[in-house]
Design a protein around this ligand. Sequence first.
Ligand SMILES: Cc1ncc(COP(=O)(O)O)c(C=O)c1O
Length: 396
Amino acid sequence: MHSSAHSPETIAIHAGRTIDPTTGAVAPPLVLSTTYLRAVDYSDTESYIYSRYRNPNRLSLEECLLALEQGVEPSGRAYTFASGLAATMTMFQALRPGDHIVIPKEMYFGVRAQLHEVFVPWGLRVESVDMTDLDAVRSAIQTDTKLVWVESPSNPTVKLTDLQAVAELAHAVGAVVVCDNTWCPLLQTPLTLGCDVVMYSTTKYFGGHSDILSGALIFKEHSTYSERVLRLQEVGGAVCAPYDAWMLLRSIATLPVRMRAHCANALAIAHALENHPALSAVHYPGLVANPFHDLAQKQMNSLPGVVKHGYGGMMSIEVKPTAMLTALHAAQKVAGQTKIFARATSLGGVESLIEHRKSAEGVNSTTPEGLLRLSIGIESAEDLIADLLQALAAVE
Ligand SMILES: Cc1ncc(COP(=O)(O)O)c(C=O)c1O
């Protein structure tokens, strides 16, 4: 058993789990049945009926996510989805055509694409703003703004938003604040900083092994918004599958240990690359010279441990052009030379990944040409540093 007084390490292993009363199994059973026996008078509407509505593995996972997200009220709610973008889709569908929302200029490009390709034609009024500039945020929020979306650290240049300050501005007009916290679960708990909802692509650190696609929305408290999201999930159907939910609960048991290892490796790598002659920038909030370092210390501090603050496992580096190569070609060359870092998209797995982000984002990308995004895994930091240094030698 766990209680909210326990630390994340204990909650991650015990929340949502019970010893199976039928067999005594310690590891939770996987329930694949889509349908369940009903009461003779069909009065059992709160029990298991059909797996689009409810499934034991999904409910266990949701209980665990809720417990991990410190700061949820007793009436908090967690819902899990078939992917991170299925979660965002449901969140936006719960608004009405004509509603006004504010989003960051820099955010995961898939969420922006979803808004512009689906929800702007549907009638949402979407305004992009530099979330690091509080005056700009204040001007962008209208008296009828319904939702403010934040992503901190942001994708791909690892900028931080002051979550508490933005939440205050949004709440002044009654807007709901949603934080995409995909990059730093456990390290930062947005509900304790004033946000109303946390969104995750649980495909990333929660899954942790690059083999589960899923997403989550965690509401600080039960509201008409959370009710509507649940109903949309029931009638829309983009639920987290039982096997994925079972796999996620298993992976979450090691999440605190993995997050510490990601953070320690990333900090060591950022220090090793900070003054590298082939690089024009290393974007990582753990570096003292980083413009977001103080804010990171203030709001990324929920999992004290190996490193005092958890600055996360994500960073980006910018490769300089050479006499022979543009920044774009120099960066692609570096990504082509690594032996441990795999040239692939996504993040949050145990294995390190490197990605030329502009190539991945496509023609509308505003990402700097020489930028490589690094998802730092939990291999040996020395091996990872050696791999990056030998790759960078190709453009020195
Ligand atoms: C910050 C962020 N939000 C949302 C998503 C979308 O999640 P999914 O790929 O699980 O749909 C991603 C995926 O890369 C992401 O990095």
